[in-house]
Write a protein of this length. Sequence first.
Length: 65
Amino acid sequence: MLRLIFLIVVGVLALSFFGISLQSIINSPAGQQNFGYLWHLVLIFWNWILDLLHWVLGFIASIKA
C-alpha cells in the first residue's frame, strides 16, 4: 500500500515536472469522456465478477443439496 502511494506521488511530481496539469485534464471534455468510459468498463468488469460469483455460489449450493 505504501508503495502504491509512493508511486502515485512520484507520478504526480513527474507530471508537474513536464508542466501537465491534472486539473485541466480532468476538467476537459475529452478527459471527462475518457474517465466516463473507463468507469463504464470498471462497472462492466465488476458486474461480470458479481455474476461469476453468483453462479459459483449457486453451483456450490446445488452440489450440497
